[in-house]
Write a protein of this length. Sequence first.
Length: 422
Amino acid sequence: MKTFRPLFFTCLAFGAMCLTDSTSAPAQSSSTSVSSELPTSRMLNHLGLERAWWSQATVNPKRDKVKYMVLDEENVYLQGTGGTVTAFDAESGKRLWSVQLGNRDEPIYPGVSNEKHFLAVNGMALYCIERFSGKVLWELALPAMPSVGPSVDDQHIYIGTLDGSIYSFELRKIDELYHKRLLPQWSYQAMRWRYRTSKEITTTAYSTGRLVNFASRDGSLYAVGTLERDLTWQFETSAPITAPLATTNDSLILASEDNFVYCLNRDNGLVRWEFASGFPIRKAPVIIEQDLYIMPDRGGLFNLLVRTGEEKWERPGITDLLGATKSRLFGSDVTGNIVLLQRRTGRPLGTLPLRPFSVRLQNDRTDRLYLATPSGLVVCLREQGSEFAHYHKYPERAPIVPDVEPDELTSPVPMPDAAANQ
């Protein structure tokens, strides 16, 4: 035994050295790889942009990839196909938390946040996460396979399913079951109502507090009472509705595969205006302040006035709108490049070759541009000198910016005219 002790420890030491070497080399190559993927200062400065921050989401690149990026005014959430969710501070890029939800390789959909929580679907379960700590509070078992992500208002959670149903769950009841430790086994007790359509639910539900709106592949938009599921009105189109809804204080913007965009009174469903795009529309319309942007299939980018539907300009070759500053727009073109456009006219200002950053957030909230790679590298870009974000959608939620005292006067203050005092 004594003969083999030194040899045994020598082998352990040699194994530890090999392990250290094998782990340090990939770390160096990974750092080099990140540096080569990120947009350079020279590339950005040419277009008046700068990198606000970059970070890395939790994802296993060998088997998983980032599928969705979700934003609220304070956090950015990256959702991976393996069920991971990683949260970052939207302005500083500080990584806040990362959690694993449910089983790997289950169907996932974009999550949604409210004042305190982030809600996400993984397979047949809905999870509630504390927005700033990352603590998973509860899991709700869903009665059918979801077809879209969840939505939430002050009293209810809504989720659409593949069988054409929309379910309403009562937040107060969920909270009660959670504190009694009865979730997820007694999830059915939290369901308030179910409304059934003839085909799959295709849009995330939108609640006004009195009505909840959702579309189906049957070509109809429904408005159902939030409390009793009574059908208040129904708007029919001649083709499936697959694009998410856009909303204003009093209107719903509905884009259909029948080539039309409709602006509806959200209280009664009456048409305020309609716009013929010439192609089916399957992507969400984007509202930024007084402008509406639509992206028909193979039809480019259209800029309309929200109130009237009047066309301001059209720009061919743009496939997605990613965000806006006060004077410029960020878009994607058919080759996957980022394109900068003049906001007033749609005139191209330049391009950024960032095709590896294929996970792109449609940001209608602030003037930041958020991009990510499927492997989880995320970057935030902004205009040079734009230290504080400009809030498009909810300006009242913008943080209070401290006032800067003016510099002291360097020249002497003139003395009052003696004659004027006489």
